[in-house]
Design a protein around this ligand. Structure first.
Ligand SMILES: Nc1ncnc2c1ncn2[C@@H]1O[C@H](COP(=O)(O)OP(=O)(O)O)[C@@H](O)[C@H]1O
Ligand SMILES: [Mg+2]
Length: 384
C-alpha cells in the first residue's frame, strides 16, 4: 500500500475520533423538525469496523462476476454474505481508477458516512484497507430507485411505493442538511444514488462527492464542478456555487423522475426539468404522471409532490425552498401556494434560464453520467 493511502486513512481515523470527542457528551439531540413527533435521536458513535480482506473476499465469493450488483466510474459493488449470515454490499475502488482524486472521494465517503445515522441514509458497516480500498454497507435488496423505475424486466413501480420513496428521501436529505452534527451537501442526489431496502425504505447513498459545510458559511465555491447532467442547479453549473439549495434542485429533478418515470435527461439531451417546468407552471400535474400507472395514483399526493418539485427546480436558489420547507409542502394538509408566488420580474428571469440542450459537452452518452468539469470546460465522464 502506498504511503499516502495509509497516511490519509490514519488522518481520517484520527479526525473522526476527534470530531466525535469534540461533540458535547450530551450529544443526544432533538430532531429540529416537527416531522418526527418530537422523538429524540441519540447520535451514537458509529459502530463500523475494519474488515480483513479475507472476510470480504470469502463473503463475495472472491468478487465473482455473478455477485456484482453495480458499477460506477470508479467503483464496483458486490453482494456478499458474512460468516454470521448478514448480507452486505462491498464497494471496491477499481484498480484502474486508483488515482489520488478518486481515493480522496472514497475517503470522503467513509468520513461522511461515519457521522450519519438516519433510516433514510445508507449505513456504513465498515471498510477494508488491505489489498485495495473497500467500503462495506448493509445490502439494499431492492437495488436503486433508478433500476426500480427504469428496468423493463421489473414490474412498474406502483404509486404507494413512489410516494413512500419521495417522502423518505426528502426526510433523509433534510437530516443531512439540518439535523446531523455537520451540514452535509450530497452533491449527487439522483435515482441511482438512492437505494431501497427490503421494506421499501429509500436510503440516500454514494457520498463520494459530499461536502461538509462549516455552519457559518453561506455557500462554498467549488472547482472542478462535479455531478450529474440534468440534476445540476444553474448557480452550481455556471459558478461552482454549492450549498443546500444545490441538493434541493437535484431533489426536485429526482421527484420529477419518480412522478413521470422519465430519466433526468432523455436521448436527445432534453432535460426532465426543462420539459416539466412549463407543464407544472400551467398546473397540469396529470400530464406529468407516468402513463404506465394507468391513472392509479392519489391526486392530492401527486399535486403536493408536483408542487414541491416545481419549487425545487426554480432557477434562482433564493426562491427555492429549504428541505424543511419541502417537507412542509409534502406533509401539510393544505398548501399555501400564495406563500410561494414569485414577483413577475423574477418569473421572466426564470424563463431565460438555459435549457440542458444548450450545453455543449464531449460525451458519448450523457444520460445518467456523473461528470467533472473545471470552469474552463474540460469534461470527463463517469458512468453511474
Ligand atoms: N448497499 C447496496 N446495496 C445494494 N446495491 C448497492 C449498494 N450500494 C451500491 N449498490 C449498487 O451499485 C450502484 C453503484 O453504487 P454507488 O455507491 O452509487 O457507486 P458509484 O460511486 O460508482 O456511483 C448503485 O446504483 C446500486 O445499484
Ligand atoms: Mg452512484
Amino acid at each position: 500500500m502506498r504511503y499516502i493511502r495509509s497516511g490519509s486513512f490514519k488522518r481520517l481515523f484520527s479526525m473522526k475520533r476527534h470530531s466525535l470527542e469534540d461533540l458535547p457528551k450530551e450529544c443526544i439531540f432533538m430532531k429540529q423538525d416537527s416531522f418526527n413527533n418530537g422523538e429524540t435521536e441519540s447520535f451514537k458513535k458509529p459502530t463500523w469496523k475494519c474488515f480483513s480482506f479475507e472476510e470480504i473476499y470469502v463473503a463475495t465469493n472472491g468478487f465473482c462476476a455473478e455477485n456484482m450488483v453495480g458499477k460506477g466510474g470508479y467503483a464496483e459493488v458486490y453482494k456478499g454474505v458474512l460468516e454470521d449470515g448478514q448480507t452486505i454490499a462491498v464497494k471496491r475502488l477499481t484498480q484502474i481508477s486508483c488515482d489520488e482524486r478518486k481515493e480522496k472521494e472514497f475517503l470522503t465517503e467513509i468520513g461522511t458516512l461515519g457521522h450519519v445515522n438516519h433510516p433514510n441514509v445508507s449505513s456504513l458497516l465498515g471498510c477494508c484497507i488491505d489489498s485495495g480500498l473497500y467500503l462495506i454497507f448493509q445490502f439494499s435488496s431492492k437495488g436503486s430507485v433508478s433500476s426500480l423505475l427504469h428496468d423493463e424486466n421489473l414490474p412498474v413501480m406502483d404509486w404507494n411505493m413512489r410516494y413512500k420513496i419521495a417522502l423518505g428521501t426528502a426526510k433523509g436529505l433534510h437530516y443531512l442538511h439540518k439535523v446531523c452534527p455537520r451540514r452535509i451537501i450530497h452533491r449527487d442526489i439522483k435515482a441511482s444514488n438512492v437505494l431501497v431496502t427490503k421494506d421499501f425504505e429509500p436510503q440516500i447513498s454514494d457520498f463520494g462527492l459530499a461536502k461538509w459545510l462549516p455552519s457559518q458559511w453561506t455557500h462554498h465555491s467549488i472547482a472542478p464542478i462535479e455531478g450529474t447532467f440534468g440534476h445540476l442547479a444553474p448557480e452550481y453549473f455556471m459558478h461552482g456555487v454549492v450549498d443546500e439549495k444545490t441538493d434541493v434542485f437535484a431533489f426536485g429533478v429526482f421527484l420529477l423522475e419518480i412522478l413521470s418515470g422519465k430519466k433526468s435527461v432523455d436521448g436527445s439531451h432534453q432535460s426532465l426539468h426543462g420539459w416539466a417546468k412549463p407543464i407544472l407552471n400551467e398546473g397540469e400535474v396529470d400530464k406529468i404522471v407516468d402513463s404506465r400507472l394507468e391513472g392509479n395514483y392519489d391526486f392530492l399526493q401527486l399535486s403536493k409532490l408536483a408542487f414541491a418539485a416545481s419549487l425545487c427546480i426554480r432557477a434562482s436558489s433564493t426562491w427555492r425552498p429549504t428541505m424543511s420547507e419541502v417537507l412542509e409542502v409534502m406533509f401539510e394538509e393544505e398548501i399555501d401556494k400564495n406563500k410561494w408566488k414569485m414577483p413577475d420580474e423574477e418569473k421572466e428571469e426564470q424563463d431565460d434560464f438555459w435549457g440542458f440542450e444548450d450545453l455543449e459537452f464531449e460525451s458519448c452518452d450523457s444520460r445518467e453520467s456523473t461528470f467533472s468539469t473545471s470552469l474552463q470546460d474540460t469534461v470527463s465522464n463517469k458512468s453511474t
